[in-house]
Design a protein around this ligand. Structure first.
Ligand SMILES: *[C@@H]1O[C@H](CO)[C@@H](O)[C@H](O)[C@H]1NC(C)=O
Ligand SMILES: *[C@@H]1O[C@H](CO)[C@@H](O)[C@H](O)[C@H]1NC(C)=O
Length: 506
């Protein structure tokens, strides 16, 4: 017995020391790699490429030259349409951000190399500004946006107006005195471009033309999509890559419903993947953009945990077609709670005013999946500094590779949320300190969801472009792999025509 014990303790000892040895060796190995890497990557190489973080950092760094920029910007500052922020607030936010991102001051290396190079098709106006009732004069298919910016229709249309802001940003990049704080530059030679941009205002096309006239079989929206497919597939640029380096807007969940089945090799800008099969759109290939919030930004928010009387706020349609069952369940679970506002009705006209007051007076704002996993409500909540409570298992969030939403949103699984008392107890359990931390974070990030013209440092327009830029390296990898045999004579062996592609290669 004693002997056995001796042997087993010996075993333990040697196992322990082996384990120790192994751990130490691994740690040393990893550390040595770390030092090797650090010493071999020259610092300047970080400024000049489109690597995810460097891109973001280089633009964050740009806030340092805000002062220089302002002079330039003021020349068309007054023309900022639909934008509703104030400069004082802007400066405060920049300050906060500077504290947040402790980057070296100094160089602002936003040279040509670090910009996203965009080739934009000169599509006929019927695909873009023509939808805003703009009429071309002369040969140009684009309005001269230095003098006249066609207005985008208001109301609910605005939430999907991403197409408008991105296109304006590309056009503005060509002005001789464009602001330095930009992320994109338009190039005229498509071979030099990182991405080929298709300026079709597809959300507006859906909103304006999806209802066919009684006697007409095909809606105007379908006809435009057909024309777009014809146009694109006839272009050299499309043929060269099979569309893989194209960027197409389809922010409204119902937009591009026909064309996407033919144009799916491209990268889409979407609000979520709710209505897409995963081979047509997915998180690797595509870019999620925020909705433009309908509730105006809460400038000079002096509220706090105690001054916001409503615990939890929800305003929206309670009964929805798809996936919205949770709304009904939650309504019955929460309707008797005194400090919960849960009411019917979409936000239009007077609704906007009421929702603004309601969200600003609430600590938490509910986002429950409706027809689609996403909605503008999340972005309204962020703009109101009302901590979002997200109950939508399939939601996709903009720029989630660089933003950790759990710092300022509460996520609850739908299956949990509809358990009796689960949600209300959870929310009541979040104290003043934790709430205040999230509220402060909301004020730091809100800028990432604001659309401006001209675009501003890390506003929604630039954050979307940066997200596109982060798609470029994997896209190039795929294109280059795809093109390995492009100089070889055509293969006679069917089986060897292409290199075997990994799963999910689109
Ligand atoms: C910049 O733009 C403004 C307004 O469009 C114009 O008046 C000014 O001359 C421009 N400056 C330069 C240096 O191009
Ligand atoms: C476009 O760019 C490519 C690659 O840089 C170059 O070879 C080509 O000559 C350019 N075409 C024109 C028309 O400048």
């Amino acid at each position: 017995m004693a002997e056995r014990n001796g042997i087993s303790s010996l075993k333990v000892v040697s196992r322990k020391s082996l384990f120790f040895l192994f751990t130490m060796t691994s740690v040393l190995f990893i550390m040595s790699w770390f030092f090797v890497l650090r010493s071999t990557v020259p610092p300047h190489s970080i400024d000049h490429n489109l690597l995810p973080n460097s891109k973001l950092l280089s633009t964050l760094e740009g806030s340092k030259y805000r002062m220089q920029k302002q002079n330039v910007e003021s020349s068309f500052g007054n023309r900022a349409i639909l934008a509703d922020s104030e400069d004082a607030e802007e400066d405060r936010k920049t300050e906060v951000k500077e504290k947040l991102v402790k980057l070296d001051a100094g160089k602002c290396n936003r040279n040509y190399e670090s910009l996203l190079k965009v080739f934009m098709y000169d599509l006929p106006p019927e695909f873009h500004f023509g939808l805003l009732d703009w009429k071309p004069s002369g040969n140009s298919v684009w309005p001269d946006i230095r003098n006249d910016i066609p207005g985008y229709p208001g109301g609910l249309n605005l939430q999907h107006s991403i197409e408008f802001w991105l296109t304006l940003d590309v056009l503005a990049s060509e002005f001789p005195n464009a602001t330095k704080a930009r992320t994109v530059i338009r190039v005229r030679n498509s071979s030099e471009a990182d991405i080929i941009f298709v300026p079709f205002f597809s959300s507006l096309s859906y909103n304006r033309f999806s209802k066919g006239k009684p006697q007409v079989k095909k809606s105007g929206n379908k006809i435009l999509q057909e024309k777009l497919v014809q146009y694109l597939t006839a272009q050299e640029e499309w043929k060269r890559s099979g569309g893989k380096d194209h960027l197409i807007l389809a922010h409204h969940p119902n937009s591009m419903q026909e064309a996407r089945m033919q144009l799916w090799p491209a990268t889409f800008i979407l609000s979520d993947f709710g209505r897409y099969p995963s081979n047509i759109a997915n998180v690797e290939k595509d870019v999620i953009a925020p909705y433009k919030h309908l509730i105006s930004s809460y400038v000079n928010d002096n509220s706090n945990f105690d001054s916001r009387p409503t615990l939890l706020y929800f305003q929206g349609a309670i009964y929805r077609k798809d996936g919205g069952l949770a709304r009904q369940e939650l309504f019955y679970l929460l309707k008797n709670e005194k400090d919960v506002h849960f009411s019917f009705g979409s936000i239009q006209k007077d609704g906007i005013r009421k929702a603004t007051e309601g969200m600003r007076a609430s600590k938490f704002c509910l986002n429950i999946a409706g027809d689609t996993p996403s909605s503008n409500r999340l972005f309204d909540a962020i703009a109101s500094h009302c901590v979002p409570v997200i109950i939508s298992d399939a939601i996709e969030l903009p720029y989630e590779d660089v933003i950790d939403y759990s710092e300022f949103c509460i996520f609850v699984r739908t299956s949990d949320a509809i358990k009796e008392d689960f949600l209300i107890n959870f929310i009541r359990g979040i104290g003043k300190e934790e709430w205040t931390r999230m509220w402060n974070k909301l004020k730091e990030v809100e800028h990432f969801f604001e659309f401006h013209f001209p675009s501003k440092e890390n506003d929604a327009v630039q954050m979307i472009w940066q997200a596109v830029a982060r798609k470029v390296p994997p896209l190039r990898l795929k294109l280059n792999r795809f093109g390995r045999f492009s100089r070889s004579p055509p293969s006679t062996d069917i089986g060897l025509k292409s290199i075997p592609l990994p799963k999910n290669f689109w």
